[in-house]
Design a protein around this ligand. Sequence first.
Ligand SMILES: Nc1ncnc2c1ncn2[C@@H]1O[C@H](COP(=O)(O)OP(=O)(O)OP(=O)(O)O)[C@@H](O)[C@H]1O
Ligand SMILES: [Mg+2]
Length: 252
Amino acid sequence: ALPISAVVMSFNDISDGLEAEQMRSDFVTNVSHELRSPITALSGFIETLKGAAKDDPQAQARFLDIMEAEAARMNRLIQDLMSLSKVETMERVRPTHKVELEGLIQGIVNTLEPQAMANTKTIRIANQTKNPTVLGDADQLIQVFQNLIENAIKYSRPGTEITILIAPHSGQSGIAEIVTSVADKGEGIAAVHLPRLTERFYRVDSGRSRQMGGTGLGLAIVKHILNRHRGRLAVTSEIGVGSNFSVFLPSA
Ligand SMILES: Nc1ncnc2c1ncn2[C@@H]1O[C@H](COP(=O)(O)OP(=O)(O)OP(=O)(O)O)[C@@H](O)[C@H]1O
Ligand SMILES: [Mg+2]
């Protein structure tokens, strides 16, 4: 069997100087590239609708559907970019509200259940803590777990179960933490990719992720939110078996 690969990411890499400049420039290039592909597709279909498909109602309907999907993709990309920028500006402001995690996660699961069922997947929550509470920004923590659970739904095999486990954990120098892990029975992720998963626009299989409507910004947003919460993300994965994304947050 292939070995289980694992990586733990704690994020304190707010970099400055030349490296930051290079990252900004790469980011602009990536954004431009990602925005260009739906625009190119839309322009192409408009051209065809005005010309070759002018008298073909069936083709017109089909093209309009594709155009609708491309516009939705662009919209999602812009929303994610705005979300990322908002999360970044809030990064140095510690969140102060008490957030109860079990209720928060149950709420997310309720909203994602139809999406899971449509893909013949079930989601199970197991809680080994009593009132797991952290100091946090509830909206942002929802974004974290929503992305991890959505990823688990997208990248797991039909008919399998996604397990969410909430458990107490003792962190560095004994600090009390709550670990919430989202485990799927999916295709798994090769070790080389693990350290790069939280990079903006990084996708293991970009064709596949795009096809699923992904922008590749989800885990980058997760990273910044966890940074703000003094949390960390640990990923373990085994090819052909599945992946486990664990979020560690200091207890309130
Ligand atoms: N549970 C998982 N199993 C297998 N691969 C995963 C899993 N979660 C993430 N990945 C890989 O990591 C990549 C980055 O994930 P991320 O959430 O940042 O982007 P996305 O899901 O493609 O798009 P978005 O979250 O913006 O809709 C994915 O494209 C996928 O290749
Ligand atoms: Mg995602």
